[in-house]
Design a protein around this ligand. Structure first.
Ligand code: HEM
Length: 141
């Protein structure tokens, strides 16, 4: 049997529209992420939708409107450290489940988001986290 794209497996645009809506609602409520995202979330939501549908096998709309994704470069203006990445990924994982996306699409999407979000890290941990760092109890004098 021919292998199905994730886009077809989840039923196309509606599932991705829900995914982006649910994910962005979480971003809006998470202070770690809200501070990094721009004031107006709407343009980013639309690009996210067009990119994800294209990436997972739907129509090439992102390409037509926006050109080559160059995602790492497009994320450079936003300081993304490990902690911010972890928040982002947790919200995306939760959104996948809330939308009701099941295997095999679920596993494929989780794998991509896990690797992709790590690739987007472009900053060291915030200085305050280093200043307040404490050695583990068993290593303290
Ligand atoms: C696989 C992982 C990721 C994918 C596929 C992804 C995808 C995208 C896409 C398609 C855009 C819009 C690009 C454009 O302007 O054309 C975007 C913007 C953005 N992403 Fe990501 N991203 C990922 C990881 C992350 C992570 C870990 C963060 C951490 C906070 C993040 C934060 C942002 C921000 C702040 C924007 C700008 C939004 C805006 O301009 O409104 N992304 N991302």
């Amino acid at each position: 049997m021919e292998e199905q794209s994730v886009y077809n497996l989840v039923g196309g645009d509606p599932a991705f529209q829900q995914l982006v809506d649910v994910f962005y609602a979480k971003v809006e409520r998470d202070p770690h992420l809200r501070a990094i995202f721009p004031e107006n979330l709407e343009p980013g939501k639309r690009w996210q939708f067009l990119f994800l549908t294209q990436f997972f096998g739907g129509p090439a709309r992102y390409q037509v409107e926006r050109g080559h994704p160059r995602l790492r470069m497009r994320h450079m203006p936003f300081p993304i450290d490990q902690a911010v990445r972890d928040h982002w990924l947790q919200h995306m994982f939760d959104a996948i489940d809330e939308v009701g996306i099941v295997d095999p699409a679920r596993a494929e999407m989780r794998g991509y988001f896990e690797r992709g979000s790590t690739f987007m890290i472009n900053a060291e941990p915030a200085a305050e986290n280093i200043l307040h760092w404490q050695p583990p109890k068993d290593l303290q004098p």
